[in-house]
Design a protein around this ligand. Sequence first.
Ligand code: NAD
Length: 435
Amino acid sequence: MSQAAVLESNVLSPPDEKHRPAVKHLDFNRITDTQFNEAADRIKLEPEIQSLLRSPYRELIVQIPVTMDDGKLEIFHGYRVQHNAVRGPYKGGIRYHPEVDQNEVRSLAALMTWKTALVDIPFGGAKGGVTCDPSQMSRGELQRLTRGLTQKIDMCLGTYRDIPAPDVNTNAQVMAWMMDEYGKKHGYTPGIVTGKPVNLGGSFGREEATGRGTMIITREACQAFGIDIQSARVAIQGFGNVGSWTAKLLQRELGAKKIVAVSDVFGGIFNPDGLDINAVVRHRDETGSVCGMSGTEPLDNEGLLALDVDVLIPAALGGAITSTNVDNIQAKLIVEAANSPVTPGAEQRLRSRGVRIAPDILVNAGGVTVSYFEWVQNLQQFRWELETVNAKLEEHMVRAWVDVYSESDSGKVPLRVAAYSVALRRLGEATRQRY
Ligand code: NAD
């Protein structure tokens, strides 16, 4: 793919995209809190440290007036939640979506704190977002929105303070605009964002990093639970940055022959003999969706979740698997590439049926790990080769998997409780040392 195509892919959705109403009724904060409480009580984290970690350090809500292409002024609302920086600067992505709100951003910011602690990189947790529908906005409007957001949250950003990155519906281009806008006031500061274009100080391997991390954890989990990934039936919900890279790497590097279904916001495709993922990527790049690819059968997102597969990888939005549809799930292993795709109620039911869940804070931590490598390269003003980035990512992800799996195995607790336990112990220790 050309550099320009890479910049435009993964986000800026086809102009006619209508986002399916997601699960607005879900309280994502409650989900994160439930998961936190289970592990915090288990490791007997002191009540005052629990209390410190339960609430964010700072929340900023900003108004962003944008002159639209038709000359009208539209007022958007943006959020930046800085959850915790006890282990390093605030770090987390920026999401553009019609359903972004303060509550969701707050919960995603907390997940970043757990994630950076789990993979043991010197960052804290933050998240940002703007309530908007990027599929209905031109490139110029998106650029003005991004520059407006950067100006409004400028006071809490900084290379050693808070470093944004891409998330749903934002990409390397959006990060380039943020870096440029920040630089107007502060001078050239590549380390202010990660996930930038490689030309502007981005890291080789960042674009695929979350998918690569997901591939590594899928490989380790399959090995641990006796699933042969080469013949396993796999379904992936979401075919954006994370879903498509996960699919490509599972097929290319692990020889997974039976990725039988993938989907996006428009719907999904199914082939019981396995999809040719490179062909699906080409079809998506040409048409804007995976749907309608020749040689495949159509299915909807609920149908994909209910398929008789060994491995199910939700890689779209949170709240995909709830108590409403959990009884349809047939997978033996769920690999949470998206953030919070399984609600706690659904997880209880899955646990009682023996379904394994590799948790989001472990599975999708590859993105923030390579963001950390990008930041280090920016500070060093020195570029690492792709092989170096991938080898270091492999090391970090496998180490995190071993930490989580050993904790789970020795403590006889589910992988999520184990992952939170490892992360919260590190956060507890750092908090005690600081206060
Ligand atoms: P993206 O915008 O590139 O892709 C999202 C995909 O999900 C698209 O294919 C979209 O069509 C699909 N989708 C959107 N709404 C859907 C719906 N209601 N039903 C089914 N499919 C739907 O986003 P991404 O960067 O791939 O992020 C996906 C998930 O991974 C998010 O939960 C995000 O928070 C998480 N994540 C991303 C990164 C990263 O580096 N990009 C890192 C960590 C976690």
